[in-house]
Unconditional design. Sequence first.
Length: 321
Amino acid sequence: MSTPELGLPMVVPAPDLPARVRIHEVGARDGLQNEKATVPTEVKAEFIRRLADAGLTTVEATSFVHPEWVPQLADSEQLFPLVSDLESTGGAPGVRLPVLVPNARGLDRALALGARHVAVFASATESFAKANLNRTVDESLAMFEPVVSRARAERAHVRGYVSMCFGDPWEGAVPIHQVVRVCRALLDMGCDELSLGDTIGVATPGHVQNLLAELNEEGVPTSVLGVHFHDTYGQALANTLASLQHGVTTVDASAGGLGGCPYAKSATGNLATEDLVWMLQGLGVDTGVDLGRLTATSVWMAGQLGRPSPSRTVKALSHQE
C-alpha cells in the first residue's frame, strides 16, 4: 500500500495557521530556466497542463527575457499560446499563468499574447542587481516603474520579485532595511504582490519572522507577501512554517524541486512542491492540490530530463532511489 492509502500523513492541525495556502508553482519557469539541456516547447506545455490538472491554480509559465539571458526560455512566444486557454474556462476564472517581464519590451511581448499576470524581478543588493540586470538597485527600480504602470493600466496583475532578501553570495548578510526599502518601492509603484526570495537558501526561521515584522512596521501588509525559499541548507520547510505562523498565505514552490538561479552559482533547488504539500496536508492546511497527480507529474518530468527528482516526497511516494 502507498503511504497516502495508509492515512499518512496523519492530520494534526497546529494553532494559528491559515486555513488555506495558495501555492505559486514556479517549476515550469524557475525550475526549467537552469536546465543545461533544451526542453522542447511541447514538453513544457504538457508540464504546465499536468500541473494545472493536479490542482495548482497558479503556474508560472515562462519569461519574456532576451534569449541571450535565459536561452532555455527563448520559446516564450511559442509556448504561451499553447497553454493560454487554461486562464479561463467557459468565461470563469481559470489557472493564473504569470510570466516574467524584465522591461517594457518584454511587457509588450507578453501583453500581445494576452498575458494577464506579469512579474518584475528586483534585487535587495547591488551585486545581484548588477549580475542579474546589469543595473544598480535604483536604476532597476526606475526601469520597472513604467513597466508596472503600463501593466496596471492594461489591468494586468503585477508581482514583484525581490531576490537576495536574506543573504548574498558576494555581499554576505543583507541588512533588513535594504530589503524593506526595495519592497516598499515596488509596492508604491503599484505591484499587487511581492515575493521575498531566499535566493541562496541561507535564511533561518527567526530571520524570516524578523523581516516579515519589519515589513509590517513599514506599512507592507502580510496579505501582499509571498515567500520563495531555496533548500540549500535544508531550511526551506522550516522557513515556510515560520512564514505561515506570521500569516503569509502564498508560498512559491517548484514541482519536483527543480530549479536554482543562473546568476547565483551557490543557489540550489527550490522548495519542492510535493514536500510543501505533504507538510501542509499534515497540518490540515488546504491547498487544493492532488499530491498523487502532482507526484506523477514530477516523475514524468524527471523522465523527460533524464534524472530522478530531488524531492524527498517524490522519491518516497514513487519508490525512486
